[in-house]
Design a protein around this ligand. Structure first.
Ligand SMILES: [Zn+2]
Ligand SMILES: [Zn+2]
Ligand SMILES: [Zn+2]
Ligand SMILES: [Zn+2]
Ligand SMILES: [Zn+2]
Ligand SMILES: [Zn+2]
Ligand SMILES: [Zn+2]
Ligand SMILES: [Zn+2]
Length: 499
């Protein structure tokens, strides 16, 4: 039996929405078929069928209708291996699922079919993740496999091999079991393990996201005063929030007099955030003051008639909405109501003319000009020699810092990392590895200020900022914005030229 996931109009809690359903796929018979009257069977909702089977059981456990998802994975792998062994047509061993979720379809493989029981807890189970998708807790409605002793989402168990999604009507999406570096286009979270995938458009959806109900109406007064309505066709409408035409995201329009259009994810964008390319927080604005604006991230023009994020402090800094919300730019934390970072302490205090007290060293340091190269004299921060540069030297010991290294701020943002980083002078084992150039350093580092984020740059890599002015190229250079590229390689090589 071929089943396909589809959306149909319905109502949940009195609110109109599109509701996900599994339906039997219409069978297309060949033209020579004997019963030409029934060329296409009407799709039958099978979800209700399973519900009847469950409810009619009184206290008896419901009959097992679906195959255990873990077994489904194993069977798919077995089929792939068998095809390879037989020298048969080489399957594309790409994680595409080949086993339907229906128990009846899979009897022929002779594998034990694991009984699954429908659980309906009054309280959500707070501890258990779904063992197949690992994305979210199983919640109140889930399946339990006695044989595996595992819990699974209803959506993960009942996921057909193919679904049709309203914002992607051109192609259906197929069920895959893969690890990717891509993100789910619906939740924008990392796409992993059990996914729906369109190979033609290279887009992924989590199984849970792909089966979630789609509301017809959305109220989000922070973005728009009136109720927004789902636009049924995926037309080329420019979103007022991100300024883009993006047919992959569901689009909502204002039915009142205003000409307002927004993608479903843009409607819920955060108001104030911190980005890795600017020291201050940036806030969403529905339009910028008229004039020419250049995005601080991609350097392309911003149309001031559409939404953007602008700096809360600087009057002239703004970035595109979608640029600001990139995973490598924004740390995912909304900052509304959180005050701007207080002024960071300066790296040193001036004691007298040419004498400073640097935070990294207990004694006073004296300013000197035009150092001469000495074999054993290295800056304590960047561990590079003092070479015809200005520097500070301790009045009591041989502690030396380049002028520029002594000036380096205690805390900063860096284009390679979404969180702020701060200077760290003392390291365990007296050295650490720089996350950008992978070299070991015994000098000062900049560590990420977020607990548990183990990111550290050496003083040289941390000092790099955009744009790079590289003498053999006439234009300033900016960091590549392709997240699939290993940014640090190009970045670190720029540093080689600087040294
Ligand atoms: Zn799941
Ligand atoms: Zn597609
Ligand atoms: Zn948008
Ligand atoms: Zn941009
Ligand atoms: Zn600013
Ligand atoms: Zn230095
Ligand atoms: Zn480095
Ligand atoms: Zn970090």
């Amino acid at each position: 039996m071929d089943v396909v996931g589809e959306f149909q109009k319905g109502e949940i809690d009195g609110k109109p929405c599109l509701i996900y359903q599994n339906v039997i796929k219409p069978q297309i018979h060949s033209p020579n078929s004997s019963d030409e009257k029934h060329l296409i069977q009407n799709p039958l909702p099978i979800q209700n069928m399973t519900k009847v089977a469950i409810d009619s059981g009184d206290n008896l456990p419901p009959p097992p209708l679906f195959i255990c998802p873990s077994l489904r994975f194993k069977l798919t792998i077995t089929i792939e291996a068998k095809l390879l062994d037989d020298g048969g047509p080489t399957p594309d061993v790409d994680g595409k699922l080949r086993i339907s979720h229906l128990l009846g379809d899979n009897m022929m493989y002779g594998h034990d079919i694991l009984p699954l029981f429908w659980c309906n807890n009054k309280e959500a189970d707070p501890k258990n993740d779904c063992s197949i998708c690992n994305t979210r807790k199983v919640g109140t409605y889930y399946y339990f496999c006695v044989e595996c002793d595992q819990r699974y989402h209803k959506e993960c168990v009942e996921s057909p091999l193919e679904i049709n999604y309203p914002s992607h009507v051109k192609h259906s999406l197929q069920l895959y079991n893969v690890k990717t570096f891509e993100h789910c286009i619906l939740s924008t979270k990392k796409a992993e393990v059990l996914l729906y995938y369109c190979a033609l458009c290279d887009i992924y959806m989590h199984v849970l996201c792909a089966q979630a109900k789609i509301p017809f109406l959305i109220d989000q007064p922070k973005k728009h005063d009136h109720t927004l309505t789902l636009f049924p066709r995926q037309a080329s409408l420019t979103c007022n929030v991100c300024g883009l035409v993006d047919k992959l995201h569901l689009t909502y329009v204002c039915r009142s007099i205003c000409d307002f259009v927004a993608h479903i994810d843009c409607i819920h964008n955060p108001q104030t955030i911190r980005i890795s390319r600017h020291f201050h927080g940036v806030s969403f604005t529905s339009s910028l003051p008229s004039g020419k604006w250049c995005c601080g991230i991609c350097r392309r023009e911003i149309d001031s008639d559409y939404g953007a994020y602008s700096c809360n402090v600087c009057k002239d800094y703004a970035v595109h909405t979608r640029c600001a919300l990139r995973k490598d730019i924004w740390d995912g934390i909304e900052l509304e109501g959180v005050p701007e970072d207080k002024d960071v302490e300066p790296p040193f205090y001036r004691i007298a003319d040419g004498i400073i007290l640097h935070f990294s060293h207990g004694c006073h340091m004296k300013f000197e000009t035009n150092g001469v190269y000495k074999e054993n004299e290295f800056c304590q921060a960047c561990v590079l020699p003092i070479n015809e540069e200005n520097f500070y030297v301790c009045v009591k010991c041989d502690f030396i810092l380049h002028e520029k290294c002594a000036d380096a701020p205690r805390k900063k943002v860096h284009p390679l990392h979404p969180h702020p980083i701060e200077q760290k002078v003392v390291h365990e084992n007296h050295e650490f590895e720089c996350a950008a150039c992978m070299r070991k350093s015994s000098g000062f580092g900049y560590v990420c200020t977020i607990n548990g984020c183990d990111y550290e740059l050496d003083a040289v890599c941390a000092s790099a900022s955009e744009p790079f002015n590289y003498q053999v190229h006439p234009h300033p250079l900016f960091l590549a914005l392709d997240p699939k590229k290993r940014q640090y390689a190009t970045f670190a090589s720029q540093q080689e030229f600087k040294r």
